[in-house]
Design a binder for this molecule. Structure first.
Ligand code: NAD
Ligand code: GLY
Length: 362
């Protein structure tokens, strides 16, 4: 087992990464001391892992909130359902909410924990690659609004993240690939060596090789933990973790959160950020091609025919990084060096959107 730490003073917490953690009842009992625990999961994950978790946590008072599966269910209505269960069971401030599932479950359970009685503790048990490398760490919680992605939420840190890598064995291949997009993101932001490692080991990752996956989960969590410790509330460096997200959120929003997986949209967004960086004269043509090649090798989609560039631009304006009407973008000087800027040519953005959105041109 690997143990990392998110250093946030009195709110610091461990990230435990290992094979078979869910079956280790001593470990679970140690990290979930509360007597009253609400487990939040969904209709896909609960049948796979809920019994193991319940067995490991007995003899606590445990109740469950099993939500419908999918990004389109990441709503205030479902957070209200979680809160209803907490109230109906008269859970007090000393209860713990446990998120068992991917990023959708984790974001909603964390938000409910942030709201209930002005904040109770919660545990992240991420079961997708994406949630093990990204969403379970850092305390961003929340839901989507019909007007935009993740527009409603709160910062609320978990007390522990338990990433059981054996749960990835049941993950559909498409979901694994979507998680790889967020992994590639870390290399692009700040670690060119890690990016090169991904180029060398992409085939093992796609084949679900446990050693290769454990390596990328550990390295991704290390990078994220370090950035969150420096800038918990996204006043500075944490915004770099949004590389590709302004483009990606526009894809998700334009397609109603149903056709593209979040990680797929972020993957396409990473390439758009590379194209934009190239169009701005920052990144070399060769480096932008390396980004394209790695995303394509991960079998991630890289263009979106069904949405026009003009519509994409409108959706990008709803992004949380817009300041004074100007869309701020995370761009790259090179692989491993990202930065945030509002100082770019709108022509370059226009060319970027035309390259990736709308029917392909000859
Ligand atoms: P997800 O939660 O929808 O999970 C993907 C699918 O895999 C779902 O159908 C789920 O039921 C299924 N699944 C989960 N674990 C499984 C397993 N072990 N075996 C079989 N099936 C399993 O999606 P995701 O990619 O995990 O997360 C995406 C969400 O995370 C988005 O809403 C995104 O906004 C959010 N996110 C949040 C942060 C953050 O910092 N809070 C960061 C990145 C992404
Ligand atoms: N996924 C972006 C962040 O956690 O800040």
């Amino acid at each position: 087992m690997n143990t990392l730490k998110v250093e946030l003073g009195s709110r610091s917490y461990p990230i435990l990464i290992g094979d078979g953690l869910l079956a280790q009842s001593e470990l679970l009992r140690q990290h979930v001391p509360a007597h009253d625990a609400l487990i939040v999961s969904n209709t896909t994950v609960a049948p796979l892992y809920l019994d193991t978790l319940l067995a490991g946590l007995r003899p606590r008072r445990m109740v469950e909130a099993i939500l419908p599966d999918g990004e389109s269910h990441k709503t205030l209505t479902n957070v209200a359902r979680i809160l209803d269960v907490l109230v109906a069971n008269r859970f007090g401030r000393d209860c713990t909410v446990i998120a068992l599932g991917g990023g959708v479950v984790g974001d909603m359970a964390g938000f409910a924990a942030a709201c209930y009685q002005r904040g109770v503790s919660y545990v992240q048990i991420p079961t997708t690659l994406l949630s093990q490398v990204d969403s379970s760490v850092g305390g961003k919680t929340g839901v989507n609004h019909p007007g935009g992605k993740n527009l409603i939420g709160a910062f609320h840190q978990p007390v522990v993240v338990l990433a059981d890598t054996s749960t990835l064995a049941s993950l559909p291949a498409r979901e694994l690939r979507a998680g790889l997009a967020e992994v590639i993101k870390y290399g692009l932001i700040c670690d060119a060596t890690f990016f090169a490692w991904l180029e060398a080991h992409m085939d093992e990752l796609l084949a679900g090789d446990p050693t290769a996956l454990a390596h990328v989960i550990r390295r991704s969590c290390e990078i994220k933990a370090e950035i969150v410790a420096r800038d918990e509330r996204e006043q500075g460096d944490r915004a770099l973790l949004n590389l590709g997200h302004t483009f990606g959120h526009a894809i998700e929003s334009a397609t109603g959160y149903t056709q593209w997986l979040h990680g797929e949209a972020i993957g396409a967004g990473l390439l758009m950020a590379a194209t934009m960086s190239r169009e701005c004269g920052l990144m070399t043509v060769e480096a932008a091609e390396r980004v394209r090649t790695l995303l394509e090798r991960a079998n991630l989609p890289t263009r979106i025919d069904a949405v026009q560039p003009e519509s994409a631009l409108e959706l990008m304006r709803i992004d949380k990084k817009v300041q004074g009407g100007r869309i701020r973008l995370v761009l790259m000087r090179k692989i491993g060096e990202a930065f945030m800027t509002a100082d770019y040519s709108t022509d370059a953005l226009d060319r970027t959107l035309r390259e990736h959105f709308g029917p392909a041109r000859e």
